[in-house]
Structures are given as structure tokens and as C-alpha cells.
Write a protein that binds this ligand. Structure first.
Ligand code: HEM
Length: 515
């Protein structure tokens, strides 16, 4: 773990960040650029009048930084608290799932969990009657797996097109900016599929006493795939080891007045006191062939699988044993995504899940920034190998001097790997990243050959000269590879380019490339 940031990943900055000490032996105040500041309580002024001097850049910088302290709050789940911990496997499930972090009992994986309410803003009471978010980031050796779940096994709607409307109806009235029970019930009374979630939310479980005293659910159906490629549908359950405890309406209203951050404080103090919040991680497992026969659509998020039909099987334990050091760096900047899978865990056709696969990283790009994956709390523990580069606030090595395109001739990465999670059997066919067969069977030279033959002699001359001029700038082996393609296209085209290139190489005129 990186002691400076309090998170598990280093930010890659190798420069020393030790405390600066002045001649008195006491720590120095500095500007953001590291220059000493003699007094951080008094602005730089001149003479008896004490007029401020524009040259007190430190003053303006300090205010400018304050002006920019907030990032947009999450559009939902804005009020939350988080903690670090670990996941430990307690049962061998390698016959069901090939994910390496599940490979053997006793194996531990670092995690970061964030709990939240949904409709409330960042400063709202923890004690609202609402669903609670239960998001866990597993930093595995195969990349991050995020279980971005809730404390209920079902959801309000079953088609993602309704989600933005649902959120609007739960938030504030566009005119009054007050909570609007009319909009709340207007929407729900027009969406009967919400009844299951509605009853849970208005039951005692609608106001969990603390984050420790509630269960977590992946809610959606997911797919587990083993090493042999055999798949099962699964649902994830996190069963609290501290018992379910809820607050009555009256208790919640009263505590909201006296201790609005009740659940946040409980998480902090229970970890400080060594009373580590813990959950049993269980799965329900459904053979694929059961899905079409089950009484309820197993991919409808408003339905559960009855425990008597698919009993809970314990797989591991989730334990939170370390508080965050800095709320903004670790909790506010945390970005979870249902689209972050590792090999062995895949999506199901649940429409809500499918739409969530994209929504979260999109939200993070807006809320935190393009390079949110490089923020220490989100950074995987494995090396990231990607051709994405640049953008605002690059804090990694940005790929260094390695090529930023693929395919290339330099980094020896295989073109495809059929063992990876985005290549798998599906009832609609094989899901893969291979090009359609039609493309492979087509002759990619036929049409350019027709074009070459249609060109006037003058156009041919210019084309040949333009290509020869440009390709001169490429490495010899790349020139030769490209000449091979020109030969496949048209012999006349290839030999004319070859001749022109040889002439250009001998010519004393300097290389010019304008395209
Ligand atoms: C179409 C359905 C849904 C959409 C489009 C959606 C979208 C979003 C978005 C945009 C955020 C804010 C993300 C951010 O700013 O970092 C969010 C947060 C969250 N959502 Fe959803 N959501 C949906 C349904 C669900 C469901 C079904 C669950 C649980 C099973 C869920 C659990 C969460 C949690 C736990 C968070 C907070 C994550 C954190 O702690 O940072 N959402 N959702």
C-alpha cells in the first residue's frame, strides 16, 4: 500500500515527497510549487496602509484552489462512506468459476467498499428511507472486479430506458427544489413492476441502522464460467455477520436531527475499535438449462430466485479493517463499474445490467475526469496495457515511449487471445472479437486495383510519386511489408512505386512529408 495516499496503489511519482523542514527545524509552509512561505496566516502587504500586493501569488493560488475543491457529486448514490479490507475464499469453487482470486480457500484479495444512499445529495442524512448502495472493488491479479450492488436483491424498474425518469421522480421538484412525494408516487403508480422494491423500501429494511447491519446483493444475475468453459448463472449475496438491524421511522427522524452522519460514523468507529464489519459472501447457482424453465424470468431484476430453489452457498468472507485516510482521494474519487469484470465472471442478458455496463465509466469520466482509472483508489494492482493516451490530468507514465497504436511492429503483443473473457459461448452464438467471416473472404485488393486501372496516366504518376515520397520516412522493413501489399494489389502499381522510391532514395532532395 502507498502510505502517502493511504490507498493500495502507488501513483507512480518517484520524486521524493518528504516533509520540508526550515532552518528552525520546524516543517516549512510552501506554495503549491514547493517554494517556502514565511507566514501562512498573513498576506503580503506594503507599508502602514497594509495594501495587499498582487505579488502574493500564494494568496491567490490558495483561494483559487478552494474555489475548485468540489467535483460533481454522483447523480445517484452521492452520500456515502467507504473503507478498505480484504476478501478471503472459504470454499473451493474452482469447479464453477475460473477467476484467479477465487482459486483456492484461504486466498485473500484486497478490496475497497463504498456504501451509500441513493436519492439523497452528498450532505443529506444517512438515515433516509431509501435503498443503500453496496459497492465493492476487488483488486485482483487479473484486474479489478467491481461488485456494484445494493442492499436489496431487486430493483425499481426492469428496463434501463426508465432509469433516468425514475431518478428524476425521486430527486427534487424542478420548480420548488423540494422533495416531491407526488412525483415519487406518480411514477411508481404508473410502473407496477416497482412493487417488489417498493415493499422492501417501506418495510423496516428501508432504513438500515448502519452499513454493517445490512446485507449486500449483486442483485442482477451474472455468469460464472469455469476453466473448461462450462457456465452457470449466479447471484451474489453478502450476508452480514452482525445481524440485520433497522431503525423505525421515528428513530430515523430523531437521529437525522442529532446525528445525520450516523452510519458513516458507525463505520469509522467500528473499524477504529477493531470490531471489523464482515459479511459472508454467498452465491446462488442456476444451471443454464434451468433459465428458460424457471417460474420467473431469471434476468428480470424485479424478481429473486427463491432460496429453496437455489440455496445460498458460502464462498468467502468480506472484511473491512482499515479506514480511509482522505475522504476525497479515496471515497469521492472511487469509481465502480458493473462493467469491470475479470475472466470467469460475465454479464447476463438482464437489460438493466447491460445498460449499466457503460453508464458508470461514462459517469466517472464526467465526474472525476478522463484518467480516472489512474487515480490511486481506482488503479488496478496489475500493469495496464492499453493504447489509450493523454487527456486531462495524466498522472501515470502515459505509456512512456511505447507505441500508442495497434497493430504495431514493436511491442510483440499477440493479436488475440481466445482465453479472454470477451470470447465465450452464448445462446445466440459465440461472443468474440473476430471479424465477420465475410470480411476475411473478401478480396481487399480488387476495388483499389479497379481504381488504379481507371486512373489517367497523370494521376498514376502523381499517386506513385506521393506514395514513394511519403513511405521514404518509414523503416526499411515496414517499406518492404507495404510493397508486398502493393504487389498483391497490382504489379504495375508496385513496380512503379518501387522504381520511384529507389530514385527518391538516391536523390539529394530533402525528405518532405506534408500529409
Ligand atoms: C439502468 C439502471 C442503472 C443506471 C443507468 C445506473 C447508473 C448509475 C450512475 C450513473 C451512478 C453514479 C456513478 C458515479 O458517478 O460514479 C450510479 C451509482 C451507483 N449505482 Fe447505479 N444505476 C442503475 C441501476 C443500479 C442498480 C440495479 C444497482 C444495484 C444493484 C446500482 C447500484 C449503484 C451503486 C452502489 C452506485 C454507487 C457506486 C459508488 O459507491 O460509487 N445501480 N448508478
Amino acid at each position: 500500500m502507498d502510505a502517502e495516499s493511504g490507498s493500495k496503489a502507488s501513483n507512480g511519482n518517484s520524486k521524493s515527497a518528504s516533509v520540508r523542514v526550515g532552518s528552525s527545524g520546524k516543517p516549512l509552509h510552501t506554495t503549491l510549487a514547493g517554494a517556502p512561505v514565511s507566514d501562512d496566516n498573513n498576506s503580503v502587504t506594503i507599508g502602514q496602509s497594509g495594501h495587499l500586493l498582487f505579488e502574493d501569488v500564494h494568496l491567490f493560488e490558495k483561494q483559487a484552489r478552494l474555489n475548485r475543491e468540489r467535483v460533481p457529486e454522483r447523480v445517484v448514490h452521492a452520500k456515502g462512506a467507504g473503507a478498505h479490507g480484504y476478501f478471503e475464499v472459504t470454499k473451493d469453487v474452482s469447479n464453477l468459476c475460473k477467476a484467479k482470486f477465487l482459486s483456492e480457500p484461504g486466498k485473500r484479495t484486497p478490496v475497497f467498499a463504498r456504501f451509500s444512499s441513493v436519492a439523497a445529495e452528498r450532505g443529506f442524512t444517512d438515515l433516509a428511507r431509501d435503498v443503500r448502495g453496496f459497492a465493492v472493488k476487488f483488486y485482483t491479479e487479473e484486474g479489478n472486479w467491481d461488485m456494484t450492488g445494493n442492499n436489496t436483491p431487486v430493483f425499481w424498474v426492469r428496463d434501463p430506458l426508465k432509469f433516468p425518469d425514475f431518478v428524476h421522480s425521486q430527486k427534487r421538484n424542478p420548480k420548488t427544489n423540494a422533495k416531491d412525494p407526488n412525483a415519487f408516487w406518480d411514477f411508481l403508480s404508473l410502473v407496477p413492476e416497482s412493487m417488489h422494491q417498493l415493499l422492501i423500501t417501506f418495510s423496516p429494511r428501508g432504513v438500515p441502522a448502519t452499513y454493517r447491519n445490512m446485507n449486500g446483493y449483486g442483485s442482477h444475475t451474472f455468469k460464472w464460467v469455469n476453466k473448461e468453459g462450462k457456465a452457470h448463472w449466479v447471484k451474489f449475496h453478502l450476508v452480514t455477520e452482525h445481524g440485520i438491524k433497522n431503525l423505525t421511522h421515528e428513530e430515523a427522524v430523531s437521529l437525522s436531527g442529532s446525528k445525520p452522519d450516523y452510519a458513516t460514523e458507525d463505520l469509522l468507529t467500528s473499524i477504529e475499535e477493531g470490531n471489523f464489519p464482515a459479511w459472508k459472501f454467498c452465491v446462488q447457482v442456476m444451471p443454464l438449462e434451468d433459465a428458460p424453465k424457471y417460474k420467473w424470468d431469471p434476468f428480470d431484476l424485479t424478481k429473486v430466485w427463491l432460496h429453496k430453489d437455489y440455496p445460498l452457498m458460502e464462498v468467502g468472507r468480506l472484511v473491512l479493517d482499515r479506514n480511509v485516510e482522505n475522504y476525497h482521494a479515496e471515497v469521492e474519487q472511487a469509481a465502480f463499474s458493473p462493467g469491470s469484470f475479470v475472466p470467469g465472471i460475465e454479464a447476463s442478458p438482464d437489460r438493466i445490467l447491460q445498460s449499466r455496463l457503460f453508464a458508470y465509466d461514462d459517469a466517472a469520466r464526467y465526474r472525476i475526469g478522463t484518467n480516472f482509472h489512474d487515480v490511486p483508489i481506482n488503479k488496478p494492482i496489475v500493469k495496464v496495457q492499453t493504447y489509450s493516451r493523454d487527456g486531462a490530468m495524466v498522472v501515470s507514465d502515459n505509456g512512456g515511449s511505447k507505441p500508442n497504436y495497434y497493430p504495431n511492429s514493436y511491442d510483440n503483443l499477440p493479436r488475440n487471445d481466445p482465453t479472454q473473457p470477451d470470447v465465450h459461448p452464448h445462446e445466440g452464438g459465440t461472443v468474440d472479437r473476430f471479424p465477420p467471416r465475410k470480411w476475411e473472404e473478401q478480396d481487399d485488393y480488387e476495388q483499389p486495383r479497379m481504381l488504379w486501372k481507371l486512373m489517367s496516366e497523370e494521376d498514376k504518376e502523381q499517386t506513385v510519386s506521393n506514395i514513394a515520397n511519403h513511405i521514404r520516412g518509414a523503416a526499411e522493413f515496414i517499406q518492404e511489408r507495404q510493397m508486398g501489399l502493393f504487389r498483391k494489389c497490382d504489379g504495375d502499381l508496385a513496380s512503379r512505386i518501387e522504381k520511384k522510391l529507389a530514385e527518391k532514395k538516391k536523390s539529394p532532395e530533402p525528405y518532405t512529408m506534408i500529409a
